[in-house]
Each structure stands twice: as structure tokens, then as C-alpha cells.
Design a protein around this ligand. Structure first.
Ligand SMILES: [Zn+2]
Length: 275
């Protein structure tokens, strides 16, 4: 599969909130081109600004037969313990993705210092390299199969140093060690939990705004992702997580750059049709 945002016919991803995200380019194109939203999306050309950078793995073939055995592309993989921050266990990723993770760690550290007054001691992940298809999309290899994706379950924080002054209003209990969990805290409302929810939401928004890090950002609210964020650098841009009523542009799902893929049919297998 040769992918390019500039010259390939493309299909919008099978998104739910894409249809109601006013800022969603793909949604706009779909609405303009489809007489009924339940119809398969028409092919659209994604303007160059949808993917505003190039990435060495963009040209790797990702399409496989829909059934039977398959092989993942041979790509370099490295063991990476983290740089600005460390993972609870070293990850196995492509070197280009390792560079993106370095930028990700810096954003995590910045947001954590703003909210908790300190960076996390460990990032907890629940998967990096894994040669498999995308669930519900049997003709596509998961970005995990290229070492080009990561699933983040949470963040471990150590006790605050005695001399350290915490941000104003932070519950005193957050001086102690704690664990922020995507599963437990994304929608938390108790005093400490609400801080964790604010941390997770702020982090998600910050990462969505940083187009030089990840292109696909999925999280709670997207099927199968209530307990983790999935981040990758696929050759398309897809953002879907429940960031609440003020999500604004956060839920844009502009495009899946997959020539020939029947996005509507594939998406319906996941139950992703418009709600
Ligand atoms: Zn994942």
C-alpha cells in the first residue's frame, strides 16, 4: 500500500463523533457528499494539511488478506526503557517511534508538573510491538505490528519530596505515592480522582494539539479502549476519545488514508455506526 495524503483517494474512518464534530474535516466532506449518513462514505481526497508531515513508516505495506495467515513487515525494532521518563518495563518499538515516545514523555512530564508538581516515576503501558490485525479491520495490520504504536494504561507517581510545594488546591493526599489509571480515573469526580481526570484530559488535549507526536489517539469512549490510550503514527489521522461536552475539535476524525478499504463496512463490524 502506497499512502499519501496528497494524491490517493481516501475514505473517512468509521467514526461516531466524526459525524457531529463540526470541525471534523472528514465529517464535513461526508456530510457534503452523502445523501444519507447510513450510506457508505464516498471517496474523498484529503487535503495535504490533514497529514502535515511525512514519516518514514508511511510507505510500509499494511494491507493483508482478510483471513488466513499473514506476516508483519520486517521493520527494525529496539528495546527502549524511556528517556525523559521511564516505562515500568522497557518497550519494543521501531526507532522512529522511539523518537516520538521521547516527545510524548516530555509532554507527560510537563502536564504532570503543572497538575501534581512533579513528573511520574513510571509510565505503565500494556503493549507495544505485537504482530496482529486491527480488531474489526481484518485487512489491516495493527500499528503494533510495526512497533509503531503503544497502549498506555496509567502513570505511577512517587511521594512528593518533603520540601516540595504542591500546586495550590491539590488535595494533601496527593503528596503520597499514587497511581493514575485511565480505567479508574478518566471519569472520576471525588476530590483526588477529579485531579487525576483533569491530568488525563489535559494530557490527551495536549497530545492531540501536538501534531508532531501521534496521528492516532484513541481512549475511553472508543470501543475497547476504556482502560487505555492507544497512540500510534499510522499514515492517517484518527482521534476519538470522550473528552466531554467541550471537546470541540478534539474529536476530529479527518481521514483514513487506505485506498480501497471499505471503511463503512469494516466499521460496522465494530458497531461504530453513527449513534
Ligand atoms: Zn493499541
Amino acid at each position: 500500500m502506497r499512502v499519501s495524503a496528497r494524491n490517493q483517494p481516501t475514505f473517512c474512518g468509521p467514526r461516531r463523533r466524526a459525524y457531529r464534530a463540526s470541525a471534523g474535516l472528514c465529517a464535513v466532506l461526508l456530510l457534503a457528499s452523502s445523501p444519507a449518513l447510513s450510506d457508505p462514505p464516498s471517496a474523498v481526497t484529503v487535503p495535504a494539511e490533514t497529514l502535515d508531515d511525512t514519516y518514514p513508516l508511511d510507505t510500509v505495506e499494511r494491507q493483508v488478506p482478510g483471513r488466513g495467515s499473514f506476516r508483519c513487515p520486517t521493520v527494525p525494532l529496539v528495546r527502549y526503557p524511556g528517556s525523559a521518563l521511564r516505562y515500568h518495563s522497557a518497550v519494543r518499538v521501531n526507532p522512529y517511534f522511539r523518537e516520538r515516545l521521547g516527545r510524548f514523555e516530555q509532554v507527560v512530564a510537563d502536564v504532570a508538573r503543572e497538575i501534581y508538581g512533579r513528573a511520574p516515576r513510571r509510565i505503565r503501558h500494556i503493549g507495544t510491538y505485537n504482530c496482529r490485525r486491527i480488531g474489526g479491520w481484518p485487512t489491516l495490520i495493527s500499528e503494533h505490528g510495526l512497533g509503531n504504536g503503544i497502549d498506555i494504561a496509567g502513570f505511577q507517581f512517587a511521594r512528593a519530596a518533603r520540601a516540595e510545594s504542591l500546586p495550590a488546591g491539590l488535595p494533601a493526599v496527593l503528596r503520597r505515592p499514587f497511581h493514575v489509571s485511565v480505567l479508574r480515573h478518566w471519569r472520576s469526580t471525588d476530590p483526588a480522582g477529579a485531579v487525576h481526570a483533569r491530568f488525563l484530559h489535559t494530557l490527551a488535549r495536549r497530545l492531540i494539539a501536538r501534531r508532531d507526536i501521534f496521528r492516532v489517539l484513541l481512549g475511553p469512549g472508543y470501543p475497547g479502549h476504556d482502560n487505555h490510550f492507544h497512540f500510534d503514527v499510522a499514515p492517517w489521522r484518527l482521534i476519538d476519545m470522550d473528552l466531554g461536552p467541550d471537546q470541540g475539535a478534539a474529536s476530529i476524525a479527518p481521514a483514513a488514508v487506505v485506498p480501497g478499504l471499505d471503511a463503512a463496512a469494516e466499521g460496522n463490524k465494530l458497531g461504530l455506526q453513527r449513534r
